[in-house]
Design a protein around this ligand. Structure first.
Ligand SMILES: [Fe+2]
Length: 219
């Protein structure tokens, strides 16, 4: 059992899982019963967030070099880990027969825009340590639900060709196991209250927005 502010960070991870489970479209995804349109809509939202993550992580890391060199390295390593994950989502949509032109036309929902703008602000203008709060919640949620989603999509989904279109979810469930612990070990050295607040605040923004990326494709 973690003590102090780290336990508050775990609380935000759990809040994200709870919000995910309470979202009807996310529940359908979890049970392998999501419609093809809603699934593609989600992949587009995730792709649009993820495609800008590496450069944001790298930028946030570069702003930490003087103050927290160890955290700067950890963040840049994370940038490398995330590189190419947007391609997973893109290929999943292509595997379902969506043409690039169609994918481009899928709109972004408010939650996607909010999370994307927030992460851009944190990386470029806000307190860059806060980016660990975003990464923590995303990497807490991925293995917490990703394995079950991948299993249920394979076993139950009636979407034609689904088994070739789950790389984004299956890949994250796999890759992010262990990442949560690595983040926690890295950020234990943070003691300044304003930095702790920045991490927890970004974690909260993420736990409120990311589960809402799951929405009905037709609004
Ligand atoms: Fe990723």
């Amino acid at each position: 059992m973690e003590k102090g502010w780290i336990s508050e960070l775990y609380f935000e991870g759990k809040r994200a899982v709870r919000a995910f489970d309470q979202n009807p479209v996310a529940r359908e995804l979890r049970e392998g019963e999501i419609s093809e349109n809603d699934y593609v809509f989600y992949l587009k939202q995730a792709m649009s967030y993820v495609e800008l993550s590496p450069e944001r992580l790298y930028f946030a890391g570069s702003r930490l070099v003087g103050r927290y060199p160890g955290l700067a390295r950890a963040m840049m390593q994370k940038a490398d880990e995330e590189t190419g994950h947007d391609t997973w989502a893109f290929r999943d949509m292509r595997a379902l027969g969506r043409r690039p032109q169609e994918i481009r036309q899928i709109p972004l929902c408010d939650a996607t825009r909010a999370l994307s703008h927030w992460s851009s602000f944190v990386a470029e203008k806000g307190n860059p340590v806060g980016f660990f709060g975003i990464a923590f919640v995303l990497e807490y949620l991925a293995p917490a639900r990703g394995h079950r989603i991948a299993r249920n999509l394979r076993a139950r989904s009636t979407i034609p060709g689904i088994t070739s279109a789950i790389r984004f979810i299956a890949g994250h469930a796999e890759a992010d196991t262990g990442h949560v612990k690595a983040i926690v070990e890295a950020i234990r050295i943070v003691e300044r209250q304003s930095d702790i607040d920045a991490i927890l605040h970004s974690a909260r923004v993420t736990s409120e927005t990311y589960p809402q990326l799951l929405q009905r494709a037709n609004g």
